[in-house]
Design a protein around this ligand. Structure first.
Ligand code: C2O
Length: 342
């Protein structure tokens, strides 16, 4: 049986997965009386997701304003910034029971839910921001960390007066430091070496180490499956390394380096917009080879999110397979790692 969107009334205090201690915050969402089956709206105008390092001042001002407005929403509005951050916590930190197996919890990471769940998460986050600034074409910026020109934290996030700023970051990794996609606690001092390693990491995760669909997507995870069956290449590698690289080294990784708090980091959404873009690139690279699982355990799996009108909706994995049908597309930039065949 596919995983199904949780019953919000059965949400409990979760676990800090870095310390294995109970969380000291409650990240359960507001309970709603009505749930609507979500239908992708017809695409009138495509939303445009720019590379963060190439974004214009005008775009940055717009995004900054949108997040400011999101932070200013009432604390109990499900579209409020902290409520949105808590969505990540609730789906990751073992707060929800699986529908149909109350002994097991939901954790959408380290499994084949990683790409589709985050795609929906960004989708509604983006639509909420667009609505707040009355711009139906607004798209989230992607942190282009797979390209040497985009490997440092994007400048828009490091200005302390901006709504896109977060003080809880590793202070040794502020720009111009290049992110290390194989980071495991110590940053190499040789930037040329880091950049070249990063390109190899990307080639391996996107091409060389992917034989089966599970290799890329992660392991099957259905109702009745224990959490954490196993991540795919990008999730385990560059994606996880970047989380740890951004988060504080002096605490349990807050904000970016811990599941419960990473949604409080505005940069998180640009990190994941790039992961989302890599999913699209990977599907394009497959050519005529199978791109998606065809089992209903994946396609019919569902999640619940509040949409831009604060309506609780049920969404399915099968609606995530084509970002253009979801109404957004990415700025085209080159992918130098593709030529980086070792
Ligand atoms: Cu939901 Cu990058 O983690």
């Amino acid at each position: 049986t596919p995983l199904a969107g949780p019953d919000f009334t059965k949400c409990s205090r979760g676990t800090n997965l870095n310390t294995s201690q109970p969380l000291d915050v409650d990240c359960c969402p507001p309970v709603a009386t009505a749930i609507i089956d979500y239908k992708l709206p017809p695409v009138k105008k495509m939303r445009f997701r720019p590379a963060a390092h190439l974004a214009t001042d005008e775009y940055i001002a717009k995004y900054d304003k949108a997040v400011e407005l999101m932070k200013a929403l009432p604390a109990d509005d499900p579209r409020n910034f902290m409520q949105q951050a808590n969505v990540h916590c609730a789906y990751c930190n073992l707060t929800y029971e699986q529908v149909g197996d109350s002994d097991l919890k939901i954790q959408i990471h380290n499994s084949w839910h990683f790409y589709p769940w985050h795609r929906w998460y960004l989708y509604f986050y983006e639509r909420i921001l667009g609505k707040l600034i009355d711009d139906p074409t607004f798209g989230l910026p992607f942190w282009n960390w797979d390209n040497p020109k985009g490997m440092a934290m994007p400048a828009m996030f490091v200005k302390p007066s901006s709504s896109l700023f977060d003080a809880r970051r590793n202070q040794n990794h502020l720009p111009p430091a290049a992110t290390d996609l194989a980071y495991s606690g110590t940053q190499s001092v040789d930037t040329t070496q880091i950049v070249s390693n990063n390109l190899t990491v990307m080639y391996n995760e996107m091409v060389r180490n992917v034989q089966t669909l599970e290799d890329f997507y992660g392991a099957r995870y259905n109702t009745g499956t224990q959490p954490d069956p196993g991540p795919g290449t990008v999730e385990r590698g560059s994606h996880a390394a970047l989380h740890v690289w951004v988060g504080e080294a002096t605490s349990s990784g807050e904000d970016m380096g811990n599941f419960y708090s990473c949604g409080r980091e505005p940069m998180f959404f640009s990190h994941h917009t790039n992961v989302d873009r890599l999913w699209t690139i990977w599907r394009d690279l497959r050519g005529s080879k199978t791109k998606d699982f065809v089992d209903s355990d994946w396609l019919d799996a569902s999640y619940l999110f509040y949409d831009e009108n604060a309506q609780l909706v049920r969404v399915k994995v099968s609606d995530t397979l084509d970002n253009k049908k979801m109404g957004y597309d990415f700025q085209k930039v080159d992918t130098p790692w593709l030529k980086n065949r070792p």
